[in-house]
Design a protein around this ligand. Structure first.
Ligand SMILES: [Fe+2]
Length: 182
């Protein structure tokens, strides 16, 4: 994939690690596949937003790899850099299958919804869920990762259970719009 100059420049400016860049490219390729399939089936998808959002969703990892903080940093950076609100929201709402305001409060995050709403936000979040490092796997692999989190962090069970439910809904919606199977 040809990475747009604006993305390369931001990756360089913030010193995003090579493995994170590769991950973002893999997510972007998967996300575009879903977007193109959905378009062929008559859905309107902003592919530019999907591309830029996917390539920049993890730029906050240049600051922190904390799973519960990096997406806030991504949104902060993209906002400060003047990127379109559509792209900022994709980054802010990409984590796992999203976080509700109530969950955010319990997790010690600013109390607001971080749930993917637009098709573009859902496509990037979902593509990220099934992409491990730079390898696209399947939805079962994502569920197995949640199981692993449960065994390692049983205190997060309330969150992983809610995530499972949301992630399954998102998978079904992605299959419905794209005609693909995950
Ligand atoms: Fe992320």
């Amino acid at each position: 994939m040809r990475v747009p100059e604006i993305v390369e420049k931001l990756w360089e400016k913030y010193g995003l690690e090579e493995n994170v860049r590769k991950h973002c490219i893999a997510v972007a390729e998967m996300a575009l596949k879903i977007a193109e399939s959905a378009e062929r089936r008559g859905y309107r998808v902003d592919k530019e937003a999907v591309l830029l959002g996917a390539l920049l969703h993890d730029i906050g990892r240049a600051i922190t790899h904390d799973p519960f903080k990096h997406f806030l940093k991504s949104a902060e950076i993209l906002k400060a850099e003047g990127l379109d609100e559509r792209i900022v929201k994709i980054a802010e709402r990409h984590f796992s299958a999203g976080i509700s305001a109530e969950e955010a409060k319990k997790l010690g995050l600013p109390e607001k919804d971080y749930l993917p709403e637009s098709l573009e936000e859902k496509i990037v979040s979902f593509a990220d869920n099934i992409t491990f490092s730079s390898t696209v796997r399947d939805f079962d692999s994502f569920l197995r990762r949640l199981d692993k989190i449960d065994s390692e962090n049983p205190q997060l069970r309330w969150f992983t259970d809610a995530t499972r439910e949301r992630a399954i809904k998102m998978k079904l919606e992605m299959e419905e719009i794209s005609g693909m199977r995950f």
